[in-house]
Ligand binder design. Structure first.
Ligand code: ATP
Ligand code: MG
Length: 467
């Protein structure tokens, strides 16, 4: 899958996740509103039961009688308009004390399980005088006339009911002093409003929704985790597919070269001229041998690689360092016979007995030497130096090649890693040589490090313990 496709997939998945969480948020909000409404409705029902009782009616009547008395006084000019309301405020307050006792008793009977404030306020009192409206009181800017209950700001509570009383009243006043009876007709309209303030209602509603919240968050986190995991797996799969493609491309190339040489040489052997010259014939056979070995080596490398480092089984043998390096370097020189390679060797003077898997250790050394030629300049200069240091044996292989930048140095031991910048593209390889070399050295309980400067050269240092 192309990187672009993965990016599109990531973007659409993120968008889908966002949309999904948006929808979920919306649904949760709706549920919250619904729960809130139901909760307030239920509370309202319990409270209105208290409001419609005989006790409540008699309290309201007491208040109402007092109000009408004042209104008559106002109509007969004994009181100014404001006083008709303000004057009997202390009386209202004393009625409220009775109301509160009654209310507390009743609300305890209902047993709501949470605290509740209730208030009854007056919005307006209007007198009708022969079709002329006379506003005695009108609530302005939330400034209501507080009647019963506990006073709290309007915005902290919920209105549960509104009422409008309209009464006609004939009133006889014989307190004129001169025995005259004064008749007053009162048409009064009173608008009231009942509100409740449920203490901590948000906490109660949220509490009812807690499991929904937790479940939603868990589900969301699970979706995000699932999404990240899928993308990670996808990217990993893509990397594996890329590596596999590279590997197939490279190995095809690597196999083609020796096979092509083999077919040319085998054809040339049929040639009479070559068959007649024993020197040419043996040379052709040498080439056949070399190419055959190369193919074998290539296949071995791929096979061994498939096993991984844990799969490396060493069959160690003891061998003198001098003899070992003589053999290895002789083989190497033969393989680079036609190239311009200068090799300097400096083996530890004191003879050291190495305990190594000869075949595998040779592969490691040859892989490093191969690279020195592959990534070398026109005139390749290689120096191989070995020294004994306490209980370890150090092999230093130095070349004058193109070098490796610091950034790449850490990665070149990785499986299939090849530097793909500059003109290194020209040289084909599997990116396995150094990986395999480091696995072999590690299997020997050794260590491999490098120092390199671009355009100057590279130094590989292999250290193995001597027992
Ligand atoms: P293979 O050895 O499997 O045929 P390869 O040579 O590409 O392929 P490695 O030997 O593992 O793979 O090397 C990894 C990379 O490190 C190489 O592609 C090369 O770019 C870089 N490299 C290795 N040795 C040297 C060196 N001596 N000088 C410069 N670059 C090097
Ligand atoms: Mg290599």
């Amino acid at each position: 899958m192309k990187k672009q496709k993965i990016n599109i997939l990531i973007t659409t998945s993120v968008l889908a996740l966002l949309a999904l969480s948006g929808i979920q948020g919306y649904l949760i909000y709706n549920t919250y509103q619904l729960k809130k409404d139901v909760f307030i409705k239920e509370t309202k029902k319990s409270v209105s039961r208290i409001d419609n009782t005989k006790e409540m009616d008699s309290l309201a009547e007491l208040w109402y009688n007092h109000l009408t008395e004042n209104l008559v006084a106002y109509k007969t000019n004994k009181l100014i308009k404001e006083e008709a309301i303000t004057r009997f405020k202390p009386y209202t307050d004393s009625l409220n004390d009775i109301f509160k006792d009654y209310y507390t008793k009743e609300i305890n009977k209902v047993n709501l399980g949470y605290e509740l404030k209730y208030k009854k306020t007056i919005k307006s009192i209007v007198l009708f005088n022969d079709n002329v409206l006379d506003t005695i009181f009108s609530a302005k800017g939330g400034n209501n006339y507080f009647l019963f209950g506990e006073n709290f700001p309007d915005n902290e509570g919920n209105m549960i009911s509104k009422a409008r009383w309209f009464t006609e009243h004939d009133y006889e006043d014989d307190n004129t002093g001169n025995g005259e009876v004064f008749r007053t007709k009162l048409d009064i309209e009173i608008r009231t409003q009942d509100s409740i303030n449920i203490i901590g209602w948000k906490r109660i509603v949220f509490g009812q929704m807690a499991s929904l919240f937790v479940f939603s968050i868990l589900l969301f986190l699970f979706m995000v985790a699932l999404f990240f995991y899928s993308i990670k797996v996808l990217i990993k799969q893509k990397k594996i597919a890329d590596v596999r493609n590279d590997f197939i491309n490279n190995i095809t190339h690597e196999l083609k070269t020796p096979l092509a040489t083999l077919s040319i040489v085998s054809k040339s052997i049929r040639n009479k001229e070559i068959q007649d010259s024993s020197e040419k014939f043996s040379n052709a056979l040498d080439i056949l041998d070399r190419q055959n070995n190369r193919l074998q080596k290539l296949i071995d490398q791929v096979m061994n690689n498939a096993l991984g480092s844990e799969g490396i089984v060493l069959s160690k043998e003891e061998i003198s360092d001098k003899r070992y390096f003589d053999e290895v370097l002789e083989d190497f020189k033969l393989s680079v016979k036609d190239k311009h390679v200068e090799l300097n060797t400096q083996i530890e003077l004191k003879e050291v007995a190495l305990n190594i898997d000869k075949f595998l250790f040779t592969t490691a050394i040859l892989n490093i030497l191969d690279n020195a030629v592959k990534y070398g300049k026109e005139k390749v200069q290689i120096s191989l130096q070995t020294t004994l240091k306490n209980n370890s044996y150090e092999i230093i292989i130095k070349d004058n090649g193109i070098g490796i930048s610091e950034k790449e140095q850490k990665k070149i031991f990785e499986k299939f890693y090849r530097i793909t910048s500059g003109d290194i593209h020209e040289v084909k390889g599997l990116g396995l040589g150094l990986f395999y070399a480091s696995q072999i050295v590690k299997a020997h309980q050794g260590d491999i490090t490098l120092e390199s400067k671009p355009n100057v050269g590279t130094i590989f240092v292999i250290t193995i313990p001597i027992i």
